[in-house]
Design a protein. Structure first.
Length: 325
């Protein structure tokens, strides 16, 4: 039975806790916020993060500064946030690879995507697009696949890093068509896309937001997209699905995570303001121009989404057995 003599102490504890929560919510943020993008500049994660960060700076009243930390398929930057102070001043612009894929690829991953983070909201979803270098501008997806087992065994493909969705898109396609294309990983989508433009690699499954400007200017050429339906910005580009592989669908995504144990009041404040930023007309216009679908979720919904993505990619990794050495 509860001893009433402890009641004053209990009341003081509750009041102190509520006061701390209130203080954290009302004073936060009091300085600039660091948003880590776990890839090099120029890729889809970087592009979408900068659009959101600019608007969040207005809604939060403090600067949101992008910090690109590339390497290891997004794991290096993700680990940085996992080890950061849980004070709301270091956040992760999360991506499907380091959050839902890498845990199934690497036995000694330096962070736990579930235990080390608190979901805030999903932000954007978009397909990938297979682009080829200028010397292959007359190629079509069908002609490429017909040559997969012949002279095109020596084709090279880039990726945003081992284990990225851009990597596994190619591994899956290789498995479906019996190709033996050579994988050349980079530290992010930007460097990989540049490698295609300059002919250092033959092809790359780029995220649509990254590739659109270069497709429009003819610096790379689009052969197929990875969604179930054609991308509105690339209506003349067929999907891999409609080209005879109905099981093939790869979607890229970004969302916002905070280190584990971040105060719930801060998470709620960040959730409300991020959704507000995502719904701003200017942000919607910029994202639409990039081919990114804005898809905000509550923290609980985003948690469930990540769990489902992890299950999906676990099956894919077991099916394709990609080499990530």
């Amino acid at each position: 039975m509860f001893d009433k003599k402890f009641l004053p102490l209990l009341i003081c504890f509750v009041v102190a806790h509520l006061s701390l929560t209130w203080a954290q919510e009302t004073s936060y943020p009091s300085r600039a916020i660091r948003m880590v993008v776990p890839f090099e500049p120029g890729g889809s994660s970087d592009i979408t993060a900068r659009i959101v960060a600019q608007e969040l700076t207005s809604t939060l009243g403090q600067s949101v500064i992008i910090d690109n930390i590339g390497g290891a398929g997004g794991s290096r930057g993700t680990e940085t946030v996992a080890r950061a102070n849980a004070d709301g001043y270091t956040l992760l612009w999360a991506n499907v690879a380091p959050i839902a894929i890498n845990v199934h690829l690497y036995k000694n991953l330096s962070y736990d995507p579930v235990k080390n983070f608190i979901p805030i909201t999903l932000a954007t979803v978009f397909p990938n697009v297979l682009v080829v270098q200028p010397g292959m501008k007359n190629e079509t997806f069908e002609s490429l696949l017909k040559k997969a087992n012949n002279q095109f065994k020596t084709l090279t493909y880039g990726s945003a890093g081992n284990g990225s969705s851009t990597h596994l898109s190619s591994v899956w396609l290789n498995a479906l068509v019996g190709a033996e294309w050579l994988h050349i990983p980079y530290k992010g989508g930007g460097p990989a896309l540049l490698a295609v433009q300059t002919g250092q690699v033959d092809m790359y499954f780029s995220a649509v937001p990254s590739a659109i400007p270069f497709i429009k200017t003819g610096r790379v050429f689009a052969l197929a997209t990875t969604g179930k339906t054609r991308d509105p910005l690339l209506p003349d580009v067929p999907t891999v699905t409609e080209s005879g592989y109905p099981q093939f669908e790869v979607l890229n995504w970004n969302g916002l995570l905070a280190p584990a144990h971040t105060n719930s009041a801060i998470i709620e404040l960040l959730y409300r303001n991020t959704v507000k930023a995502l719904n701003a007309p200017s942000v919607r216009e910029k994202m639409a121009a990039q081919g990114a679908l804005i898809s905000p979720m509550s923290p609980a919904e985003f948690k469930t989404f990540i769990e489902k993505e992890s299950v999906k990619w676990d099956k894919m990794v077991k099916l394709t057995k990609p080499n990530v050495d």
